[in-house]
Design a binder for this molecule. Sequence first.
Ligand SMILES: Cc1ncc(COP(=O)(O)O)c(C=O)c1O
Length: 331
Amino acid sequence: MAAFGTVFMPEMSLASFDGESWSAPAVVPSDRLELHPGAHVLHYASTCFEGLKAFRHADGSVNIFRMDRNIKRLMQSSELLSLPPVDPHMLETMIMDIVRQFANAVPEPPGSMYIRPTHLGTEPAIGKAAAPSATSLLYVLLSPVGDYFAGGDHTLRLLLEENGARCAAHMGMVKSGGNYASALQPIMKARASVKADQVLFCPGGDVQETGAANFLLIDGNEIITKALDETFLHGVTRDSILALARDMGMSVSERELSVEELLERAVKPGAEAALSGTAAVLAPVGTLIHQGREYTVSNGRVGETTAKLRQALNDIQWGHSTDPHEWLVRV
Ligand SMILES: Cc1ncc(COP(=O)(O)O)c(C=O)c1O
């Protein structure tokens, strides 16, 4: 199987904003874009994107998971980046139409079709360092993906970083390329120095998120994760897992979690830690690394509750169980 996100459907849906209105979306080849070298995005990083998935069910239907949430988040990111406003109905139509066009290429579970709406500032204006791009491009790219978790019972090693942040505090809830670029060096250093898979950013001791996923601590019947604020990305998977946890009768605590409390609780029997995100769903964490010391999360293996929540979410996505929250939209 090719690496996640490296195979693309040959066409994508694309619309452009000319400063006043959106063009009608068109289906165009997905292997090129025409941009002026002075385009705003190439200099001042006026870009945001989304990641969501379409799933094939046993009855042959193709179903998109929580598209409304991802559309809202792209609208919010665009607004916070001063990009032209995204028309949610147009974007929904673009997503539905392009997924329908490539419905036959949506893999069977555990695979899926990863959907990547992208919005970028195109105005050729290198003098606009402190002014928004008047024009933009919005496109929806498709990438069939396999199971991110072919790794079986592998658990992740996270380095806790208290001194650095993933991105500027006011940019946390914006899904923008610059945030990922800013997290790269800390992640690469953590890989090289302590063989960490990811960095868990905890500026000033506040447990936030990793480079591309939210963090959850599970302690018996309680699930604890940072309450929503502007410093981190409001994951759709996080929200879905918390809803399923409530459905199962678990107590959900959305609040501040300090590094000190995390390390104290994580090593106790029955504790579990996990990362949530569209790509990995719910990924078990086995080791936390802090100031040169390694803390094994409970017994270091995949936790029972993590596996149960992950299965419950997959069952809905794959059509193996009912969809009580009406998260799926049939294309
Ligand atoms: C920084 C960051 N946090 C959290 C998430 C999880 O968000 P979601 O569950 O919507 O995929 C992602 C993945 O998109 C991410 O990049």
